[in-house]
Design a protein. Sequence first.
Length: 121
Amino acid sequence: MLQTSYARQTLWDTGKGSKIDVVTGLMWQYPFSLTNVNWSSAENMCSSLSLSGKSDWRLPNIKELMSVQTQIVATFGFWSSSAVPGFADRRRAMSYAGQPVNLLTTTLNNVVCVRDTSHAN
């Protein structure tokens, strides 16, 4: 495996379309999908993804997404799985500026999928 070091965390390139965050144990889809889809489509893309021999992919929550924003998501906006309390039609996302924002689920945004490496699937 190839190692890529960053100031905050270390991601290992699996060479199979993903990177593993050795600090959190999360495996990230890489390269990520710059597709501009609504939230429902983003959720479906991740839940149906089969990558690196794994099929238990999901949208990251906002905390997970923000933990790697300087490493794999840089200057792109991405959906998270995190709901906005009190607003069924909104989800948390990471903005193009790397900040958490609340977006309508019909807004178009990019997708990066994640999985927990402790899962057997």
